[in-house]
Design a protein around this ligand. Structure first.
Ligand SMILES: Nc1ncnc2c1ncn2[C@@H]1O[C@H](COP(=O)(O)OP(=O)(O)OP(=O)(O)O)[C@@H](O)[C@H]1O
Length: 266
């Protein structure tokens, strides 16, 4: 943008990168004998740097939707755009974190974080720079030479997040990443993720069936229902931008929790 235009206030605001647009998406699993409609007419835009959570019961198609956005699976019809470009397969612009601990057991923490960079031929000194920075972000500097089996579940997921961030993705796609963790670790991980999101300015598309987790983390929540998987309703989370543990006690938090629980019950 031209500085003079900026000063005059006449310039268009710059688009925030990482915008996902999902247009009329359908997905059916078909075999010779049967057809199962997993997703029906999903339309959704996730803004650049937005933290959006998809909340829904088991089997409503959340993971299917995320895999399609990741480019790991094809839609039956419809389109996914990232910053206006059609998604046609996996790409370094989208980092994935799953529930299962998907680290390479034969690589150290640092090597796991650097894996994608090495694959892309990034020189070792640059890789070291990125992994050192991310080890600090996830507060695991002292574990750089440890192997995954020496880490707790929470630590492994922190490494998985750092590994996804190493490619500087525009978007983080997270499929119940904290689903297997104990309650206390889960809360710590949620705070760490918000910290990372703040620093890295990525778009986050997060999946969970945990209502508290959805409210605590998100700016917006989209509720899906099953049979076929579709969007039921969308909620703006009106809580302070800084999510301290106390926000869980606020009347707005509790009111939204009741409303979401009611919707999911039906
Ligand atoms: N490869 C497949 N072939 C046939 N059906 C599938 C396939 N993958 C998923 N499904 C079906 O599509 C539906 C949606 O599955 P999906 O895993 O996306 O749901 P989900 O909302 O993520 O559930 P959960 O929260 O339990 O992970 C389910 O009924 C599932 O059985």
């Amino acid at each position: 943008m031209d500085q003079a235009a900026r000063n005059r206030g006449t310039a268009q605001p710059e688009a925030v990168p990482g915008e996902i647009t999902i247009l009329g998406l359908h997905k059916a699993y078909e075999s010779r004998k049967s057809r199962f409609e997993a997703l029906r007419d999903i339309r959704l835009t996730v803004g650049g740097n937005e933290f959006l959570t998809i909340l829904g019961p088991s089997g409503c198609g959340k993971s299917t939707l995320l895999r399609i956005v990741a480019g790991l699976e094809d839609a039956s019809s419809g389109t996914v755009l990232l910053d206006g470009e059609e998604v046609i397969g996996p790409g370094a612009d989208r980092g994935m974190v799953f529930q299962g601990y998907t680290l390479f057991p034969w690589l150290t923490v640092r090597e796991n974080i650097e894996y994608g960079l090495k694959l892309r031929g990034v020189p070792i000194l640059d890789r070291r720079g990125v992994s050192s920075y991310l080890l600090r972000v996830i507060k695991l500097e002292a574990f750089d030479k440890a192997y995954p089996k020496q880490l707790s579940g929470g630590m492994k997921q922190r490494v998985a997040i750092a590994r996804a961030l190493a490619n500087r993705p525009k978007v983080l796609l997270m499929d119940e990443p904290f689903g297997a963790l104990d309650a206390q670790t889960k809360l710590e991980m949620q705070e760490m993720l918000l910290d990372v999101w703040e620093k890295e300015k990525t778009t986050v598309l997060f999946i969970t069936h945990d209502i508290d987790e959805a409210i605590f983390l998100s700016q917006r929540i989209v509720v899906m229902g099953a049979g076929p998987g579709r969007i039921l309703k969308e909620f703006q989370v009106r809580l302070p931008a800084e999510r301290t543990p106390e926000v869980r006690e606020r009347p707005e938090f509790l009111a939204l929790k009741r409303e979401l629980a009611q919707l999911l019950k039906h």
